[in-house]
Design a protein around this ligand. Structure first.
Ligand SMILES: C[S@@+](CC[C@H](N)C(=O)[O-])C[C@H]1O[C@@H](n2cnc3c(N)ncnc32)[C@H](O)[C@@H]1O
Length: 448
């Protein structure tokens, strides 16, 4: 039996059945590290339906049409909706400094600009894009801008359409922009109509629904950030292939920091700007050229010798770091991840060194990559929690600490922590609980 803090008991077989359902319906990868998420989601939905037997709930899911609505409700319960205004500001700098000037040159004649924010949550992302366009397009009112914003979560879409946000959520928005694009209303702010007019919200499940809405064709800029990170590799590959179809020739794709197209798609080429990397739809190459690209099936064997090299090199980088030679260690680790982008340990060590040398955004980015590659590694969650604490982000830190404890549930007390053999799982568990306890009693106490 699998149990959690709640009283609901779910057998392994039942868990597996729900896991497969959510994979099929929402593309979700609910691996063991996210088992508690499914458990909590089931408990919440069964409460809402006033059911106590898992079997009754499973039966409800198969009843048409109520079952379909309930599957959607369960999916909504287990998806993560965290978002922010101007999240990953560097990507907005790439948009306004580089892409918009190019698009203005290329599209000056028809003045049409089509954007899609897929997995838009409560609307901060598409509205941020709208504001950035209003700031950077010359005479924006003369452009036909459409921003399609989709999500499977109906509740999030309803909040997005309302366009009202609490004052605290706007902390990262520059004061001048707040003035220009929001109206102060009821302890919060409402997005002004000139921004709202550019955005059209629509429900859409990336894993199941056809990509058939009119605004899903000839898109110039597609944003899908922090969505596929929770999907199975197969679902991600399917969705990215459909994004390639939705984008017009040379269109751009923006992904979250922990997401990569490496080994997922060859339909895009990374474009490295000084501020950030974005992906450009590769032009349709002649068949011969396409065949010359490395095939996926060749990659694992080609990677093996690299993997061993990476482990040895990481050891060397740790010794350099221990000797205080931080910059040399960083350069070595940067080389390692250039040749072996899948070395989670190298990303983790890089994160530690970036954090130590005061490069917080780079540290977060490196730890997020490590988490993406090794979702069962508790140290990565602890490291992320510490970076969030340094940034005064208590809620995010708590979330990472809880995740570390969930992952640690799988390990016996006396087991050494992978990547840090001198530390036992018991000690790490205690450290996480202490941080959580302190945060609960005084969120400010742990800030530097
Ligand atoms: C972590 S939020 C990211 C929001 C925003 N893109 C950002 O980066 O700030 C992920 C969003 O993806 C949505 N989502 C998850 N699975 C989805 C699916 N299969 N189809 C469409 N949206 C999905 C969730 O409802 C949630 O709003």
């Amino acid at each position: 039996m699998i149990s959690s803090s709640s009283r609901l008991h779910v057998t392994r077989a039942e868990f597996e059945r729900f896991r497969l359902l959510l994979e099929r319906e929402g593309g979700l990868a609910l691996d063991p590290a996210r088992q508690s998420v499914l458990h909590a989601g089931l408990a919440a939905r069964m409460d809402a339906r006033r059911l106590s037997a898992v079997d009754d709930y499973a039966r409800l899911l198969t009843d048409a049409p109520e079952g379909r609505a309930e599957i959607r409700a369960l999916l909504q319960e287990v998806t993560v909706g965290e978002t922010q205004w101007f999240r990953y500001r560097a990507q907005f700098d790439v948009l306004t400094r580089h892409l918009i000037p190019d698009l203005v040159k290329a599209r000056g004649a028809d003045r049409r600009l089509a954007v899609w924010s897929a997995g838009c949550s409560t609307g901060e992302e598409p509205y941020s894009i709208a504001m950035a366009l209003l700031e950077s397009l010359p005479q924006p009112e003369t452009w036909a801008v459409t921003i399609l914003a989709t999500d499977l979560h109906r509740g999030s879409l309803a909040r997005a359409e309302r366009g009202w946000y609490p004052a605290r959520s706007l902390r990262g928005v520059p004061a001048a922009w707040r003035e220009r694009y929001f109206l102060s209303e009821q302890d919060g702010y409402r997005v002004r109509d000139r921004v709202k007019r550019l955005v059209r919200f629509a429900p859409h499940n990336l894993a199941r629904d056809p990509f058939g809405l009119p605004d899903m064709r000839d898109v110039h800029l597609l944003w899908c950030r922090n969505v596929t990170i929770y999907f199975t590799p197969a679902a991600t590959a399917r969705i990215i292939a459909q994004f390639a179809q939705a984008l017009g020739e040379g269109g751009y794709l923006f992904l979250g920091h922990a997401e990569t197209l490496w080994g997922v798609s060859t339909a895009f080429a990374p474009v490295v700007f000084p501020e950030a990397v974005v992906y450009r739809k590769a032009s349709a190459a002649p068949a011969g050229l396409r065949a010359a690209r490395p095939s996926l099936s060749l990659l694992p064997t080609a990677q093996e010798p690299r993997r061993q090299d990476a482990a040895a090199q990481c050891g060397l980088a740790s010794s350099l770091a221990d000797a205080g030679r931080h910059e040399e260690a960083i350069r070595l680790l940067q080389d390692i991840v250039r040749t072996d982008a899948l070395s989670a340990n190298a990303h983790y060590l890089l994160g530690l060194l970036y954090h130590k040398t005061g490069r917080r955004p780079a540290a977060l980015h490196a730890f997020e990559r490590a988490r993406y590659l090794e979702p069962l590694q508790p140290l990565v969650y602890l490291a992320l929690a510490i970076v969030h604490l340094d940034g005064g982000e208590a809620a995010q830190a708590q979330q990472q600490l809880r995740q570390a404890l969930t992952v640690l549930d799988e390990w016996p007390d006396a087991a050494p922590v992978p990547w840090c053999e001198e530390l036992r799982c018991r000690e790490l568990r205690v450290a996480c609980r202490q941080h959580l306890g302190q945060l609960a009693s005084d969120p400010a106490a742990l800030r530097p």
